[in-house]
Design a protein around this ligand. Sequence first.
Ligand code: SAM
Length: 243
Amino acid sequence: MDLAKVERVYTSYAGVYDRIFGKVFHEGRESAIRNLNVQPDEKILEVGIGTGLALPMYPRHCQIVGIDFSEGMLNKAKQRAAEHRMGHVELHRMDAGAMEFKDDSFDTVVAAYVVTAVPDYRKVVSEMIRVCRPGGRIIMLNHFSNDNKIIAAIEKVISPLTKHLGWRTDLSLQTVLDGTSLHVARKQNVNPLQLWALVECVNGKNGNGKTHINGVKNGSGAAAYAHINGTHLPEHANGQALV
Ligand SMILES: C[S@@+](CC[C@H](N)C(=O)[O-])C[C@H]1O[C@@H](n2cnc3c(N)ncnc32)[C@H](O)[C@@H]1O
């Protein structure tokens, strides 16, 4: 899939997207944002924001920037932001694989159902890391290929077909994380049949695994994440699998 196809496929979905993918993926979006414990004035970037289904879930005390490459999807998000009078939201048409933001511009970067829908996930993940500050949070909500070898083989076979629909099914979380500075702080299965994963990572860039949050140097990404949320790792709210 290239960017022209992203524009074509997703703009063709724009009018029906909320009806098809709204309710069914709602739980995942809500879990992702509810657990963020957003601080006043926190700067949040949502990449591949689509029609902006998650926008009403963020508290109004933060600043949200949303980007999407599909003009049709973005126009729907703009309508939603205007209807809800969201003065704290900015929306731009932009390629998540080559963002126009400066390094370290955001505290938190969210990608909901995006990493497997982009032409080049490596570029997008590397850009998310670049624009997120060291010690900031990177949240990926996605279906990743299954650990079960039989299911993974089926996902590999159907991936060339689903690519026509706008996403791939053969990408594993480990492949996405390999070689990055991301430390997984929490992973939770969500949505029907628990087939999607909500993965919350700490951006460990510039620190050889060490991260800085509010001037505090933490020994590991997971500890840093717990620090942001004011929780201790074993007791993280709703955390089902700390790794
Ligand atoms: C499956 S939709 C997810 C939309 C939304 N995040 C949600 O929760 O429903 C994937 C979105 O990623 C966008 N997208 C795909 N590749 C992109 C890229 N390179 N840059 C920006 N947006 C991209 C598509 O236009 C589409 O709106």
